[in-house]
Design a protein around this ligand. Structure first.
Ligand code: ATP
Ligand code: MG
Length: 381
């Protein structure tokens, strides 16, 4: 039995990139041996085990065969006889198909090291097109390494187009898509992810609400001669970035359609409530703030209440950061709208309910009086 370091850890070490997690492959073992050595099996789907002390993932070398739809439509064959080369040949990219033994010796049957030097994301074999998840993975790696100069190989892009056009993307689970999207949004150049998906003919199929994203970005940048990507990168979380991207992609929509599209996107993605919140309230908050001086007091109050900004002060900064990052015309900045908005929140929070109660207001009357004061502050803001 022999173990090798594989996948991202070998790739990132060769790239001098931080190694976050380590995956191992075990050749010449089987389930009984692994259990006897104290490894714990992970789930039932794959022959993968956790190391008794390091808890890192050790997978038995395996071959796989496509026998169904989507990412799960594979049958595996793992036995003592599966070789390292056979295991490496089922992997997605050449740069992910390099193994390192305990002496530091590399096994690289698909010239992954050369592709690392040439900065090419290239598939290992035609079997690449059997798993639609690889379209998302390659786009994500492109987003991660774009700043180093990495590009998707033409022949790999051609296979990604074949996958998209085959209709297989629709068999990916929503959870898997969300997981890949969330990770891609956290990469160094998130826009490259969407660029590569678009070139793969997958963007419209996976995220129809974002289909106008790239053309809108191009037209904004060329009109105003401004760089938008740093604005996106200034946002720290995946949810904030998605809210920003969604708004750019949908900026020409009428407001009712915009809100309907938020619902569709979030239902489709099954994204967490916190992300839904950011997308929704960016879509309503940005247009409101851009017309702040002329907005109706009731519209201001509605927004603040539906975004729960009075009771949950921690929600304010992340939301305003997105709105500010969208303000490429610098309207808010010139008009000081964000400062005015924060000032208004402060005034609304300082309305003294106890004082009103002491004055004799109660029940519905108290509610009406508070609302009157709130609207007055909104009007003066
Ligand atoms: P990361 O740094 O994001 O962890 P990684 O390359 O290690 O990148 P993992 O998802 O941890 O990615 O997978 C480990 C390895 O397993 C990959 O490098 C690749 O060789 C292989 N692999 C993972 N998913 C697939 C897939 N869908 N198709 C083919 N090979 C895959
Ligand atoms: Mg990994």
């Amino acid at each position: 039995m022999k173990t090798y370091l594989v996948g991202g850890a070998v790739r990132d070490k060769l790239l001098n990139y931080p190694v976050l997690d380590r995956d191992w492959v075990v050749v010449g073992a089987n389930a009984e041996k692994m259990l006897a050595l104290g490894y714990t099996p992970v789930g039932a789907d794959f022959p993968v085990y956790l190391h008794p002390t390091s808890k890192e993932e050790y997978a038995l070398a395996r071959t796989e065969r496509k026998n169904g739809r989507g990412y799960k439509g594979f049958s595996f064959h793992a036995s003592e006889n599966v070789t390292l080369e056979q295991d490496l040949s089922r992997r997605d990219l050449t740069i992910n198909a390099i193994a390192e033994d305990s002496a530091g010796q590399l096994t690289d049957p698909f010239n992954g090291q050369q592709d690392l030097t040439d900065k090419i994301l290239r598939h290992v074999s035609p079997a690449f097109s059997e798993d639609p998840l690889r379209v998302l993975r390659v786009a994500r790696f492109a987003a991660r390494y774009a700043h180093l100069g990495f590009k998707v190989a033409d022949e790999t892009l051609a296979l990604m187009q074949v996958i998209s056009e085959s209709g297989e993307l629709q068999y990916l689970s929503k959870e898997r898509i969300w997981q890949e999207l969330e990770r891609a949004l956290g990469e160094k150049s998130p826009l490259v992810f969407f660029q590569v998906l678009s070139e793969s003919h997958a963007l419209e199929r996976l995220f129809p609400e974002l289909k106008a994203l790239l053309s809108n970005l191009t037209s904004i940048s060329s009109q105003k001669n401004i760089e938008l990507e740093p604005r996106l990168q200034s946002l720290p979380t995946a949810g904030q970035r998605l809210a920003w991207l969604f708004f750019i992609a949908q900026q020409d929509q009428a407001s009712a359609d915009l809100i309907a599209n938020v619902q569709t996107l979030c239902r489709q993605l099954r994204c967490p409530n916190t992300v839904h919140y950011l997308i929704k309230h960016t879509a309503t908050g940005y247009p409101l703030l851009s017309l702040w001086a002329s907005a109706a007091p009731s519209a201001k109050l509605n927004f603040i209440q539906s975004a729960d900004l009075l009771r949950s002060p921690l929600k304010v900064a992340p939301l305003l950061a997105i709105i500010q990052a969208l303000d490429y015309r610098e309207v808010f900045k010139q008009q000081d709208y964000l400062a005015k908005f924060s000032q208004l929140l402060k005034q609304l929070r300082e309305i003294d309910h106890q004082a009103l109660i002491k004055q004799g207001f109660k029940g519905a009357q108290l509610g009406l009086e508070i609302k009157k004061l709130q609207l007055l502050h909104c009007e003066n803001s």
